[in-house]
Design a protein around this ligand. Structure first.
Ligand code: PGA
Length: 243
């Protein structure tokens, strides 16, 4: 595991984007596993900038996103489909047919999870998977639990997550109660993993995930067993790492 400590969020975003850019340059038809959340927004901004400057070409890149709410249509501005188009896909020359997010509107959850897992396998898996980390150590929607979920599945969101999300919706009834997520096994099959964290609020979980015991109670801790992980954290999120 390589740990890169950066000055601040801007610096983290630039270095993370540089790692993704290197992947795209060295394998123009690579499969990128992508993530949503506040953490990667700056990374996507840099990728868009380098595309605009002519440094990056996404025309042959394929993408698979980590997760999506169940029940939200694509045009809902809280869907992860919407987020990805808003922050990246609409601004680079990627072929939208090569971008993939679980379909939140499929009424058959089991079929959707199976379809998504098979799709990733048909691509030969992710060359590089980008991840954020939740305050509780979750990656994707793989929340702390008694075992590691292997493949793409539908999860019931925790009450605290529903409560935290309600500010984004008109009423509590509009807040999704379930989500699709790649499993821990789906994530671990990626050839390379790039995980980002910033801000002092993430300092405890970053230390726990990468220097604590490997346990499904801290889902990101499994990454200690992956052969090619790069952790890019700003100084604030690195504050509790052993020196
Ligand atoms: P954040 O979310 O980037 O909004 O902090 C990270 C995550 O929950 O994976």
């Amino acid at each position: 595991m390589r740990i890169i400590v950066t000055k601040d969020y801007e610096d983290m975003s630039k270095k993370a984007a540089a790692i993704i850019a290197a992947q795209v340059v060295s394998k123009p038809d690579c499969v990128l596993g992508l993530a949503t959340g506040s953490t990667p927004i700056g990374t996507y901004k840099n990728l868009v900038k380098w595309y605009e400057e002519g440094t990056l070409d996404f025309s042959a890149v394929k993408t698979v996103n980590l997760d999506e709410y169940r029940g939200l249509p694509r045009d809902n501005d809280q869907s992860y489909y919407y987020f990805m188009h808003d922050h990246l896909f609409n601004h680079v020359n990627i072929d939208v047919a090569n971008t993939n997010v679980p379909d939140g509107t499929n009424p058959d959850a089991e079929q959707e999870a199976e379809r998504y897992e098979a799709l990733i396998a048909s691509y030969g898996g992710q060359d590089l998977q980008l991840l954020g980390i939740g305050h509780n150590g979750h990656i994707g929607f793989n929340e702390p639990s008694d075992s590691f979920d292997k493949i793409t599945h539908c999860v019931d969101l925790q009450e605290s997550t529903i409560e935290a999300n309600k500010r984004f919706f008109a009423t509590i009834d509009d807040v999704p109660k379930q989500a699709y997520t790649m499993g821990i096994g789906t994530i671990m099959k990626a050839k390379k993993i790039l995980i980002l964290a910033n801000g002092e609020g993430k300092a405890d979980i970053v230390a726990k995930a990468f220097f604590g015991p490997v346990t499904p109670q801290v889902p990101a801790s499994i990454l200690q067993f992956h052969p090619d992980v790069t952790v890019v954290v700003d100084e604030a999120a690195a504050a509790k790492l052993p020196r």
